[in-house]
Ligand binder design. Structure first.
Ligand SMILES: [Cu+2]
Length: 119
C-alpha cells in the first residue's frame, strides 16, 4: 500500500510538472493567433502579390494576371486566371495595369480577394 501511494504521488507530481509548461505554451500560441487576427498558420495569408493585368474577361468573371511569386501557395511567377469576387471589382482597371493583389484559393480555383493599382 505504501508503495502504491508513493507511485500515485509521483504521478501527481509529474502531471503537475508537465501540465504547467503545456499551459504556458498554449497561451503563447493563442497570443500568436491574436496578433495576426486569423486562424491560419500561413504567414503569407495577407501578403500582397505584385502582378500585371493581361486580360479582363467580365463575361466569364475572370482576369488574366501575370504575377510574381505567391508565397502563400508556394507558387512561382506565372501568367494565370483569377476569378473576380464581383463583376465591378476591376472597374477602372485595364490590361497593362500594374497591380498588387491578394489571392484566395476557393473551390480549387483562385479568387481575387483584393486588388489595387501598384502606382
Ligand atoms: Cu499562378
Amino acid at each position: 500500500m505504501k508503495k502504491l501511494s508513493t507511485l500515485a504521488a509521483a504521478l501527481l507530481a509529474a502531471t503537475a510538472l508537465t501540465g504547467l509548461p503545456a499551459f504556458a505554451q498554449e497561451h503563447k500560441h493563442s497570443e500568436h493567433h491574436e496578433h495576426h487576427g486569423h486562424g491560419d498558420a500561413n504567414e503569407y495569408e495577407n501578403t500582397m502579390v505584385a502582378g500585371e493585368i493581361r486580360k479582363i474577361d467580365l463575361e466569364n468573371n475572370k482576369v488574366t494576371i501575370k504575377h510574381e511569386e505567391i508565397k502563400k501557395y508556394s507558387m512561382a511567377g506565372m501568367t494565370m486566371n483569377f476569378r473576380l469576387k464581383a463583376t465591378n471589382q476591376l472597374d477602372g482597371f485595364k490590361p497593362g495595369d500594374k497591380v498588387r493583389f491578394i489571392p484566395d484559393k476557393v473551390d480549387g480555383g483562385y479568387v481575387l480577394r483584393t486588388v489595387e493599382k501598384a502606382e
